[in-house]
Design a protein around this ligand. Structure first.
Ligand code: FE2
Length: 209
């Protein structure tokens, strides 16, 4: 055993990422899909980070009926669970948090994409996948989201390419992911036969930050 075999080794400044496939996803998605596509017909949508595609107004998914209300509860559940885990990691007891939530639906058709961005002014951001959109090469896995290391120094200069500077998550119907709002992310151009339908959301801790 060398002198350094028992050296103290810590990883600092970790970035939490949570992913969960909700068991009631199939049931929710049927209604969500129908209502989102209907809303697209009636409204012009907003232009944010999307290039092409359609983006609903940010709100409480009022146009998604009961499925929208249930999904919003899932967003709160996931943010509470994620926060509880972070507090535990830092040796603190769980405590109730007050959140301001905004959610919006996205439809990307072939060629539509989302530029690299963060969600300033929020604590947690996430995406829920209603329909991955059936890409031509692999019906099981849709157009991924890429999450980038927010620490530029690590991403660009610290033993590249050993340490990845981004990770890719393939959407699955019913999957919800949650990450800190400062994390840069992008969605490459969709290549699917069906539209890729997702619901993005922000939760801001009150008072912020
Ligand atoms: Fe985003």
């Amino acid at each position: 055993m060398t002198e350094l075999a028992a050296i103290k080794h810590t990883n600092l400044f970790a970035t939490p990422l949570l992913a969960h496939r909700w068991s009631d996803g199939p049931e929710l998605n049927e209604e969500l899909r129908e209502r989102i596509l209907a809303e697209e017909q009636g409204t012009a949508g907003e232009s944010k980070t999307n290039v092409g595609g359609w983006h609903s107004e940010a709100g409480q998914l009022e146009f998604c009926g009961d499925a929208g209300r249930r999904l919003i509860l899932h967003m709160y559940e996931m943010a509470d669970e994620a926060t509880r885990r972070v507090l535990t990691e830092y040796g603190q007891a769980a405590r109730p948090m007050r959140w301001t939530l905004h959610a919006w639906a996205n439809i990307n058709r072939a060629g539509d994409f989302n530029r690299t961005h963060t969600h300033p002014g929020s604590t947690w951001s996430g995406t829920y996948y209603v329909d991955p959109g059936e890409p031509p090469d692999d019906a099981e896995h849709g157009t991924p989201i890429h999450l980038f290391d927010p620490c530029q120094g690590r991403a660009n200069t610290f033993l590249p390419p050993l340490i990845p500077s981004s990770i890719l998550i393939r959407p699955e119907a019913g999957l919800m992911i949650l990450f800190p709002s400062y994390l840069p992310h992008t969605v490459f151009a969709h290549r699917g036969r069906r539209p890729r339908i997702s619901i993005a959301f922000n939760l801001r801790k009150e008072p912020f930050p």
